[in-house]
Design a protein around this ligand. Structure first.
Ligand code: CA
Length: 259
């Protein structure tokens, strides 16, 4: 039965695209996510995911890295270029290297299989809140080649960080040759914290809370991955390590004058 209030409710509900080739896992995720009041669609292949991305228009996609017809990483690259949905990698323990690569490509977060219910739901909401800022028109920055080439630099408040011009308000970054640099929502949040600290160290614990919205866990390398990604995107080699320094026992600090 369809009535107006359920149709209206459906418009307000968070839409989560589950990209997973194993039906039992997809079903388990679906149950958990729907129980929280979200709407789901299921894609068992990369091709189905691409089709549902348009038709279902998800707020957040849960992406399994091992898909039958495409590599999860190419799919993530494609979703990141689209730039308008949050991306959470749901990976097995054996896929650590791919998980790191996925975060570097711009996935927002990851959970390992099987994720705990509370953890999964909390991450979906957190990623959705963060991805919200990417929906602003400013974020044509994360565009594929074509648009990046034609993007004209225009006057705006920005600061030089490493070899990039970074606009923290619009969350855009441009390389020295005028090309858009894709920086994820979590990476921008970490960068903001470092800029605000004005050279002082920011504790990893704080970065976990603010950028990932979860407590620090010593085995969790997500913040370190974000730092590696920022160094690589904003500077070259050793300059990256000088730009964002790791201070033992204290955290990370940004040194703008040394680059
Ligand atoms: Ca799989």
């Amino acid at each position: 039965m369809v009535n107006e209030s359920t149709e209206f409710d459906a418009l307000l509900r968070l839409r989560v695209l589950i990209i997973e080739d194993q039906p039992e896992i997809a079903q388990a995720l679906k149950v958990v996510v729907e129980r929280d009041g979200m709407e789901t669609a299921w894609a068992a292949t990369g091709a189905a995911a691409i089709e549902l991305k348009t038709r279902f228009d998800p707020h957040v996609a849960l992406v399994d890295l091992g898909l039958p017809d495409t590599s999860g990483l190419s799919l993530i690259r494609w979703l990141v270029a689209k730039g308008d949905c949050g991306i959470i990698v749901v990976s097995g323990h054996t896929e650590e290297a791919d998980r790191v690569a996925a975060l570097e490509l711009g996935a927002d977060d990851y959970v390992t299989k099987p994720p705990s219910v509370r953890e999964l739901i909390a991450r979906i909401h957190a990623v959705h809140r963060r991805a919200g800022s990417r929906h602003a028109p400013a974020v044509e920055a994360e565009v594929p080649e074509e648009a990046a080439v034609s993007a004209k630099p225009r006057p705006r408040p920005a600061m030089r960080i490493g070899r990039a011009q970074v606009d923290l308000v619009r969350r855009q970054a441009i390389s020295a040759d005028g090309e858009a640099i894709h920086i994820t929502a979590a990476e921008f949040t970490v960068l903001e914290q470092l800029v605000d600290a004005n050279g002082a160290a920011v504790a990893r614990e704080r970065l976990f809370e603010v950028a990932l919205r979860r407590p620090m866990n010593f085995e969790d390398r997500a913040i370190d991955q974000i730092i590696f990604a920022l160094r690589r995107k904003l500077a070259d080699g050793d300059d990256g390590r000088r730009l964002i320094q790791s201070i033992r026992g204290q955290g990370y600090s940004l040194h703008l004058d040394q680059v």
